[in-house]
Design a protein around this ligand. Structure first.
Ligand code: HEM
Length: 492
């Protein structure tokens, strides 16, 4: 093993490997990672610069953490670095083979991305589903009102934990868009089997797995992560497969075709291209369908929760957004998606939220397809690559006073988040950038606008905004360690 370890380190090029901390035999730098690796990498930058190389167990890992290095990567090395590194947990039941997000950059991946781009990124298509999203938001506001009333009836202060409402709403929004129907009829029914399985599945996948650092341990699955992931994944695939079967039956009976949604687009493609390696088999369609729930739910709800936390911490900013909504929309009608472009202060605030709290803080890990030269360094084939968006978004060279929450910084700036400005990449960039960017961004803006138009928000008695817990916790996304608890007060 030791010889194997050394031989993998051997540099086959005249260029040097990127610099990095030395590490130990066999375990490499695993013990340097700390509890929150993206923060550790950020600190290492002072010593080793913006491109560092580490050994995580037996896996070569490069971390890129400046806008300049990210620009080089996405402009010059997007293709050689276009593969993903699949975590061992998600190889259960062959999930990775049908996945876009963790699959290799194959013809199949490009095909699904093309369908997804049309469905989720083209404004015309996204606009067609505005009423579906509005319904999800209306439901959320209704549930919050009910929960507050219930708390007061029981002698409570009306305090709620916001994350649950945001999670169910994001889940339903993604479901609505893909399937033209509400997936969670049960709304806040926490006992719902599928929803439960979904939450537990995300927890298992988010756990650090020794087998990812030492592939030779995969067969053993030492922490049981793959086994547990498989249990819940099986349930979820069963659920998605029922939906797919139902839709196929409807299409065969000629009942269908009026929906014309993401699932239809996948099935249409599956029908015309039944053969070949890139075919969309039923199993793959089921996986892709499920994956959109994974990709779109927690990312969106976590971003909104961080956003609401910052707004409760910064009441002046909250008031400015409320004033803007009152001025532009008024109080007699509900804020709608079509209003968003007329709310520049809200838009600037959402950018600031995405800057400080990128939900996937190091993007999804890429993997080098071949030996590659990058910024004067040699990057061996099969190197895992993290782009530390969290660190880039805090670079003091680009962002004055980077740790402060200041939406005003975006008011007179053309910096955007769509992957063209490499100092601001909350949705990634290049060939593997987020498919749900338009949808996710709209959901964050509309949810925050609706929550602020309907309610004032205050902390439970005795809690001070400046003392709010802002610690991060790693899961599948970068969550709040302590969920936000607040009291919504209906605005007169
Ligand atoms: C605020 C909400 C969201 C954020 C912050 C976010 C962020 C991201 C990021 C950082 C990546 C990795 C990009 C890269 O590696 O360059 C990603 C990938 C992806 N996202 Fe999102 N996302 C959001 C919402 C959504 C939604 C709503 C969907 C779908 C319904 C979605 C579907 C995907 C998919 C399928 C990928 C994988 C793309 C690939 O590997 O080719 N995301 N997202």
């Amino acid at each position: 093993l030791f010889i194997n370890f050394l031989s993998k380190l051997k540099n086959k090029s005249s260029k040097p490997l990127p610099p990095g901390p030395p590490g130990w035999p066999l375990v490499g730098n695993i013990f340097d990672l700390g509890e929150i690796p993206h923060q550790t990498f950020y600190k290492l930058q002072a010593q080793y610069g913006p491109v560092i190389m580490l050994k995580l167990g037996s896996i070569n890992t490069m971390v890129v953490q400046s806008a300049e290095a990210a620009s080089e990567l996405f402009k010059k090395c997007d293709l050689p670095f276009a593969d993903r590194k699949a975590p061992d947990s998600l190889t259960a039941l062959g999930y990775n083979q049908g996945s876009v997000a963790i699959g290799v950059y194959s013809g199949y991946c490009r095909k699904v991305r093309r369908i997804g781009t049309t469905e989720f990124l083209v404004n015309k298509r996204v606009n067609a589903s505005i009423p579906l999203r509005q319904k999800c938001i209306d439901d959320m506001i209704g549930w919050i009102k009910k929960d507050v009333a219930k708390s007061k009836e029981n002698g409570g202060s009306g305090e709620i934990q916001l994350d649950w409402f945001l999670f169910v709403t994001s889940f339903n929004t993604v479901g609505n868009l893909m399937l033209s129907r509400e997936v969670m009829d049960a709304k806040l029914d926490k006992a719902s089997d599928i929803f439960d399985a979904f939450v537990v599945f995300l927890e298992w996948v988010g756990k650090p797995n020794v087998a990812d650092f030492f592939p030779f341990l995969k067969w053993m699955d030492p922490q049981g992560i793959k086994r547990n992931t498989a249990t819940y994944l099986e349930r979820l695939l069963g659920f998605a497969s029922e939906i797919v079967k139902e839709r196929i039956e409807e299409r065969e009976l000629g009942k269908e075709k009026k929906t014309n949604d993401f699932l239809d687009a996948l099935l249409d493609e599956g029908e015309v291209n039944e053969k070949g390696v890139d075919k969309l088999s039923l199993k793959n369609i089921t996986i892709v369908l499920l994956e959109m729930f994974f990709g779109g739910t927690e990312t969106t709800s976590t971003t909104i929760e961080w956003g609401m936390t910052q707004l409760v911490r910064h009441p002046n900013t909250m008031k400015k957004i409320q004033d803007e909504i009152d001025r532009v929309v008024g109080r007699t009608r509900k804020v709608e998606e079509n209003d968003l472009s007329n709310l520049p202060y809200l838009q600037a605030t959402v950018k600031e939220i995405l800057r400080l709290h990128p939900a996937i803080q190091m993007l999804l890990p890429r993997n080098s397809i071949e030996d590659t030269e990058f910024m004067g360094y040699f990057v061996p084939k099969n190197t895992q690559i993290f782009v530390n968006a969290w660190a880039i978004h805090r670079d003091p060279v680009v962002w004055p006073d980077p740790l402060s929450f200041k939406p005003e910084r975006f008011l007179d700036s053309d910096i955007d988040f769509k992957g063209q400005h490499f100092d601001m990449i909350p949705f990634g960039s290049g060939r593997r950038s987020c498919l749900g960017l338009t949808l996710g961004h709209r959901m964050v803006c509309l949810s925050i606008a609706s929550l602020l138009q309907t309610f004032d928000w205050k902390l439970p008695d005795g809690a001070k905004p400046e003392d709010m817990d802002m610690r991060e916790m790693l899961g599948l996304t970068l969550r709040k360690k302590v969920p936000l608890k607040v009291i919504p007060i209906l605005r007169e």
